[in-house]
Design a binder for this molecule. Structure first.
Ligand SMILES: [Zn+2]
Length: 678
């Protein structure tokens, strides 16, 4: 038997079958003996005594790993488990004999395996104030049947004056709590579910992992309960499935009762819980959805339609969805797309025990609700996603959605026309970035520091601009999941009421919070799988209409007049105006007509042959980048030549229409010629 086979035998194997454990144990033992090397006995004893101390485990583990002892230790553990199992079996047999002897029991008597049944709780949905909801040693001493199956922590809130008689806040008033209902309303903050069969049922229905401990408790050990925290991510996400499951269960129950009429009721004996109990508890859960969560469902519906007006901080999770287009207050020049969000809740503990053991720095608390958004920028060859994280600081009461620093675009007062305007802006951005260069007229203020007004011709050439000014380069061209905000597990860690020092969760029957960050992770995964291209570079063909709203309102361009790279607003661009300065050129008329003739000949040759190679002096690139053009050198007296006095040269590449449309001094030249005009 190979070692890796041995190690892959799960411990549960030892529980099954009769003789298997003996066979396995002897095999493992033989193997271990054969491969045994001399071990330092003293050292082994030291490890043995120190192993139970949590703080020493890690160093021992590393030491053993370095010494290559881990496989051997695992085998020893297997042997130990097998022997323990065997000893228990032998003890049970002995005990059976003793009991038979003592109580004169029949020979076929078997020690009844202590069948463990889930405890049942009082089938009520109880609303509790914080003081009632908190677990204490006294409340934990109550018998299980007296503890409510479902318990809601509700916080009383004062209605704001304008909403006091408001029918929108139609809370079903639960009994047993505080003051005058017309001035207050209750917000459910937590839901505690005690019955494990209901948790197991939820796990089956949602396929979401809720708890590892779903078996019946061991008598004498207090079972912890599962607590769902606001915003009740699991329940609102799987509302429909939960309701459906109740209908299904009721139907099953009905059929079961018909079946059982004629038969003796025997099958329940096999179960660890009573079907009726589960059904009653599930009904309570649906009551919770119908009553306490009604306002939340209403809110979610209004958010979907874009008709919600204000929102509480702790409901912000409902406001966003992956892929939403949002408005960002700090940068309204274009829209953003939500790719991830997290936070929005205070951590319940400062540090996780896991962090404590590893002696590592805890990650800083998320300051408010964090929203990761992407916009799109052109990097000279592709349209690449750009990641920004915005946060909404904690606030109390309700706030108008449109006053938030980030909110879904559809809540904008005039969202339809705003969207159209952003799409038009995006189209203009594409217009000037799709061609490698585009020649435009700019009339407006630059966006660089310090800004200045410009009314001149510019060449938009992003690729060249980013080469000249590397600071303008987008930082990444692809966004990975680990760049996004990570949920803080401290939000879902309830300290146990017993205050035992290194408490595992739910110590002494305390609460264990459902780890709802996994729902966010799940949604994020789905989003990444459904639209992976949103996080990667794209060509303009792959930009959808909605993506147009994410494009910037500015580009980088080169001002021909002063040969400067600038950042400018796309909206300030217009078609290049070509004024004829040729006429103003002070040249003898004869020379002028010669120039015109030369250009015409050059141009027609280019148009005819389709190539733009220099006709004379093949390979001579007298003026850099203009080797394919027609080059004329004009002299003038210093101070007499006003720059730019003349646009010149027919460059075959540009395929232009008339002489005056050629502007010399493209972004490719850095040398200026003060007294000569090219
Ligand atoms: Zn404890």
């Amino acid at each position: 038997m190979k070692t890796d086979q041995l190690l892959s035998i799960p411990a549960s194997r030892f529980n099954k079958g009769q003789a298997t454990e003996e066979v396995l144990a002897s095999k493992v033992l033989n193997h271990a003996l054969v491969h045994d090397e001399e071990e330092d006995y003293g050292k082994l004893m030291r490890v043995n005594t120190e192993a139970p101390f949590e703080t020493l485990i890690e160093s021992h583990l590393n030491e053993e790993r370095a010494n290559g002892m881990l496989i051997k230790r695992s085998m020893q553990a297997n042997i130990h488990a097998a022997y323990t199992q065997q000893r228990i079996k032998e003890l049970e047999e002995k005990l059976n004999e003793v009991r038979k002897d003592l109580y004169k029991l029949p020979d076929d008597f078997n020690l009844r395996k202590g069948k463990r049944i889930h405890p049942t709780f009082r089938h009520v949905l109880q609303r509790s104030s914080p003081a009632q909801f908190n677990l204490t040693r006294e409340s934990m001493d109550l018998p299980e049947k007296d503890r409510p199956a479902l318990e809601v922590l509700v916080i009383e809130r004062l209605k704001s004056p304008e909403t006091q008689p408001d029918s929108r806040v139609h809370h079903r008033r639960p009994t047993g709590l505080l003051e005058d209902p017309s001035y207050t309303y209750q917000v459910p903050e937590r839901l505690r579910i005690r019955p494990r069969p209901l948790i197991a049922h939820l796990q089956r229905v949602t396929h979401i992992h809720i708890s590892d401990e779903l078996g019946p408790g061991i008598s004498g050990i207090k079972q912890s309960s599962i607590v769902f925290l606001r915003p009740f991510k699991l329940l609102v996400t799987y509302e429909e499935q939960i309701r459906q499951s109740l209908l299904k269960l009721e139907k099953e129950n009905h059929e079961r009762s018909i079946r059982q009429e004629g038969r003796a009721q025997k099958e329940e004996d096999e179960k660890t819980f009573n079907f009726e109990d589960l059904l009653q508890d599930l009904k309570l859960l649906v009551d919770f959805l119908d009553g306490d969560l009604r306002p939340t469902f209403d809110l979610r519906e209004k958010i979907r339609d874009g008709t919600a007006t204000d929102i509480e901080y702790h409901d912000l999770w409902h406001l966003f969805r992956h892929g939403d287009i949002v408005t960002v207050e700090s940068d309204p020049s274009h829209a953003y797309r939500v790719v991830n969000f997290g936070g929005g809740r205070e951590p319940l503990v400062d540090q996780l025990p896991e962090d404590r053991n590893l002696d590592k720095q805890s990650q800083p608390f998320l300051d408010g609700m964090m929203i990761d958004c992407v916009s799109i920028k052109y990097d000279g060859s592709n349209y690449v996603p750009h990641l920004d994280t915005f946060s909404i600081r904690s606030y109390s009461g309700r706030q108008p959605i449109t006053s938030l620093p980030v909110y879904p675009f559809r809540f904008n007062e005039d969202s339809v026309s705003l969207k159209q305007a952003l799409i038009a802006q995006g189209m203009r951005y594409l217009d000037v970035t799709i061609p490698p260069q585009s020649h435009k007229h700019l009339a407006g203020r630059t966006l660089d520091e310090p800004p200045h007004d410009i009314d001149a011709q510019v060449i938009i050439d992003t690729s060249m601009a980013l080469n000249k000014v590397p600071n303008w380069r987008p930082q990444t061209d692809k966004i990975y999941k680990d760049q996004l905000t990570k949920g803080d597990p401290r939000e879902t860690r309830i300290p146990s009421y017993c205050r035992h020092y290194t408490t595992p969760q739910g110590c002494c029957g305390g609460d264990v919070a459902f780890k709802d960050l996994q729902i966010d992770a799940l949604n994020l995964n789905k989003f990444f799988q459904a639209s992976p291209y949103l996080m990667s570079p794209r060509t303009h063909i792959r930009l959808a209409e909605e993506d147009m709203t994410l494009l910037p309102d500015n580009v980088h361009g080169f001002v021909l007049r002063n040969r400067q790279w600038i950042t400018l607003r796309v909206a300030d661009l217009s078609e290049a105006r070509f004024e004829s300065v040729f006429d103003e050129l002070m040249l003898p008329e004869r020379h002028k007509s010669t120039i015109q003739a030369l250009v015409q000949v050059h141009e027609s040759a280019v148009t005819r042959t389709g190539n733009c190679r220099p006709t004379i002096g093949n390979g001579i690139d007298l003026v850099r980048g203009k080797g394919a053009g027609l080059i004329l050198l004009l002299h003038g007296e210093p101070g007499k030549v006003e720059y730019p006095a003349l646009a010149i040269a027919a460059n075959g590449n540009r395929g232009g229409k008339d002489l005056n449309s050629r502007v010399c001094g493209g972004p490719y030249e850095t040398t200026t010629f003060p007294h000569h005009l090219w």
